[in-house]
Design a protein around this ligand. Structure first.
Ligand code: PSU
Ligand code: MN
Length: 313
């Protein structure tokens, strides 16, 4: 099925599930979900349980979930239960960002999409709201490594609202906020004047912008795109208080994970998956519970933003 908004040359490479195609066709709210978090962000079986649970939360809040990946070179918008299981278990599934997309498609490979590549596919399908855990950002030591997540560049150019729990504290949050400002990306925190730090509600950095509820967030999206200001919006949703790990407790554990990573000499796309996995080990599984809780919370917020945005269109 091919909603009118999808260009024919894109439609030829894309498979929408009937549920997603029908929702888009009708102008009903749809929320995109990424797949790197499934394949490279969490261990099995928590990853597939999280993925199924998050889809249900989107439905419970009035929107249609569209988990995105590339399978056998096809852009998948909406996945079957078997496809979710494959992403959660198959070691041949690579982590793919925007730069990887043409190769994965052309060579018929499997790819789990990051925030950046999920945004791009969502936008090609006509989806405007997307929920994840945390977005990528400027890595610590980026002055030497130049490791800045492609997520930030995609936010600068693709018209999708990304709902996350802020920027992972394994990153340099201050530098990330600087790049967001330079790129003209609104970094907006829901219900707080402080920018959140993924596992923790507080980062020590003031949030550049704030909205109080999902209806306000939807109005911001409508205003931005009506004005012809292209690009995305980072909507930061602090982790629920009962699930957070306070920043003071995380600090030492993150330092430990970073020093273990440096000892292994890991760089590039392998750093984020390694750090998330190592922090699960160091915290004895507690960070995984936090990660799952914050993704679920983001899915509910994203669904409500999509519902409010659909009312404006
Ligand atoms: N949020 C999570 N777990 C994850 C990610 C986000 O809770 O695994 C992934 C997203 O796919 C994001 C990626 O795009 O981490 C960032 O990778 P990098 O730093 O290499 O850009
Ligand atoms: Mn990187």
């Amino acid at each position: 099925m091919n909603p009118h908004s999808v260009r024919p040359e894109v439609a030829a490479l894309m498979d929408l599930t009937p549920e997603v195609a029908a929702a888009l066709q009708a102008g009903n709210p749809v929320v995109a979900l990424e797949s790197t978090i499934i394949s490279h962000g969490m261990p099995y079986p928590q990853n597939v349980e999280m993925a199924r649970g998050v889809e249900q939360i989107v439905r419970d809040n009035g929107a249609t979930p569209a988990t995105i990946a590339v399978l056998g070179g096809r852009l998948k918008v909406g996945l079957t239960p078997d496809e979710l299981e494959l992403l959660a278990t198959d070691k041949s599934v690579q982590k793919i960002s925007t730069r990887d997309l043409p190769v994965t498609v052309a060579l018929g490979q499997h790819g789990a999409t990051t925030v950046a590549s999920t945004m791009r596919i969502a936008s090609l399908a006509g989806i405007r709201v997307f929920a994840t855990g945390g977005t990528g950002g400027v890595h610590r030591g980026a002055g030497d490594t130049m490791d800045i997540s492609a997520d930030l560049l995609e936010l600068a150019r693709t018209e999708v609202c990304v709902v996350s729990a802020g920027v992972k504290s394994i990153l340099d949050i201050g530098l990330t906020l600087e790049v967001l400002e330079t790129q003209g990306i609104p970094a907006i925190t829901l219900g707080s004047n402080e920018f959140p730090a993924f596992y923790s509600r507080r980062s020590g950095f003031a949030s550049p912008l704030t909205v109080q509820n999902e209806a306000e967030a939807a109005r911001v999206l409508y205003a931005k795109w009506s004005l012809g200001l292209g690009g995305g919006v980072m909507l930061a949703n602090p982790v629920p208080a009962e699930a957070e790990i306070p920043a003071e407790e995380m600090a030492g554990q993150i330092e430990q994970a970073l020093s273990d990573m440096n000892a292994l000499g890991l760089t590039g796309k392998d750093t984020t998956p390694y750090l998330l996995g190592r922090i699960v080990e160091i915290t004895g599984g507690r960070s995984l519970e936090t990660n799952i809780a914050l993704v679920r919370h983001n899915a509910a917020v994203a669904a409500r933003v999509a519902v409010e945005y659909a009312k404006l269109g």
